[in-house]
Design a protein around this ligand. Sequence first.
Ligand code: FES
Length: 98
Amino acid sequence: MEDLDTIICRCEEITLREVLEAIRQGATDVDAVKRMTRAGMGLCQGKTCGRLVARILARETGQSVADVRPVTARHPVRPVPARVLASCPLPVISKETE
Ligand code: FES
């Protein structure tokens, strides 16, 4: 018997119960579970929980894990202050060609 309070997504503290509920409500891929629960929207962007969610989806929907569509990867974006960009040296462009 599995513990439904098991944390699946540590970043967003999403439990197995919440993932199963999302699947019961119609989620058929990792992105759908992500939208319905926030699992995968945390700091690691699903690197930790994405595979777990895919395995749960596969088990609950009777698919193989390879057939479960993976999460859409998003690169973390951080603002860069203009002063950092201004302090970067400009590239030297040579007029010489080979
Ligand atoms: S463990 Fe789910 S986003 Fe990090």
